[in-house]
Design a protein. Structure first.
Length: 367
């Protein structure tokens, strides 16, 4: 059955976005913004009438999705009023204007409770989390918007088409693509030992570290301490296999991941931040073998993917275990792992995830 579906992303991280930014992976586009469009595009392929509202200077229709500027309030009110389903990303505030007969879904992000507070649960019919760990964290550690809240698990997806281009793996090329505060400091601390054991290895870091430092020092002291250490350590290790690549569009990054041997992510967040890890999923799709920890949702999502998952304990011991795992994987035949990783990632193609969205809508849609 065809439905009128409206997606709303009230705020974006880097100013107005175009459809091309979202589909080609323009620099600065966040995972939430791309996830919204990929889900909408897959829903349009299923025959639904889909509108996406977000800040944009180039509204229009593409691939079955109508992209409209959320800063034009009257069109938003009109379209939401006629919607069967309204999905709000990153904030529940737009759901206040949705009609009561529409299914109102809040795709909640990790820090939304902290940033937005409470008081909006009366406007939400269904909360969507990306993992069970994500759900458990929000409803136990950050509090909850009501014990009777309806919560569904819909995972993030991956644009599999980006990872179809055949590229030859560069032996020993390791990549780090996540936020630096989630474990890059540990990786840089043990890198000399990895390099000593395997002198041909390189660590390519895809992040604008200096810009992150400028922002991080304004945050809590632990993030600031990690930021200062990372920048100092990067400067010390350039010329010793550490290569700063800076930020790239997702399309460019996919090409780099296809050439990577290992995806190194000793995830050790200061607080719960990894509800899913799209970066790890993209590495799986590319066949770059992840060596990760079981922090937050990583063990739940990737424990049976073919990734190497190191239990994260207290103290420094787990870092030694992580180093041992990295050294050990270099001694293995890795092609069979790459095949398993790609098969795992195929379960999270956006058309598959869209089917899960359809199940949730059918389950909860109002007469």
């Amino acid at each position: 059955m065809s439905r009128n579906v409206v997606h709303v992303c009230k705020d974006v991280a880097h100013g107005p976005l175009s459809y091309r930014d979202l589909t080609s992976g323009g620099r600065g586009v966040t995972g939430s913004e791309q996830s919204m469009l990929y889900a909408a595009r897959a829903q349009a392929r299923q025959g639904h009438r889909v509108v996406c509202y977000l800040p944009t200077d180039t509204p229009g229709l593409a691939e079955g999705v109508e992209l409209l500027d959320i800063r034009s309030a009257w069109p938003l009110l009109r379209r939401v009023d006629s919607a069967d389903v309204v999905v709000s990303w990153c904030t529940a505030d737009p759901l206040r204007m949705a009609p009561s007969n529409a299914l109102r879904i809040y795709n909640i992000q990790i820090n939304d409770f902290l940033l937005n507070g409470f008081g909006y649960e009366q406007y939400v019919d269904v909360f969507v989390c990306v993992s069970q760990a994500h759900r458990d964290h929000l409803w136990t550690e950050d509090g909850h918007p009501g014990s009777d809240a309806v919560v569904e698990i819909i995972p993030n997806g991956v644009e599999l088409e980006r990872f179809q281009s055949p590229k030859k793996t560069v032996p020993g090329r390791c990549v780090y693509t996540s936020s630096p505060d989630r474990g890059l400091h540990w990786l840089l601390a043990i890198w000399p030992e990895i390099r000593m054991a395997f002198p041909y290895t390189e660590l390519h870091i895809f992040y604008e570290v200096q810009k992150w430092l400028d922002n991080a020092v304004l945050l809590n002291s632990e993030i600031g301490n990690r930021a200062r250490y990372v920048v100092r350590r990067v400067n010390e290790l350039q010329g010793h296999g550490v290569v700063m690549r800076g930020p790239m569009s997702p399309i460019e990054l996919a090409g780099e991941l296809l050439q990577a041997d290992l995806f190194l992510y000793p995830c050790d967040p200061i607080r719960f931040t990894e509800g899913f890890s799209c970066a790890t999923l993209e590495a799986c799709a590319a066949g770059a073998v992840p060596v990760i920890t079981d922090a937050d949702a990583l063990g739940e999502i990737y424990g049976k993917s073919g990734a190497v998952v190191v239990p994260r304990g207290s103290g420094r011991r787990w870092v030694d275990d992580y180093l041992e795992a990295v050294l050990g994987i270099f001694g293995e035949e890795r092609e069979s792992r790459r095949s398993s990783l790609r098969e795992f990632a195929a379960q999270f193609g956006w058309d598959v995830v869209a089917n899960r969205w359809a199940e949730v809508v059918m389950k909860h849609v109002k007469p």
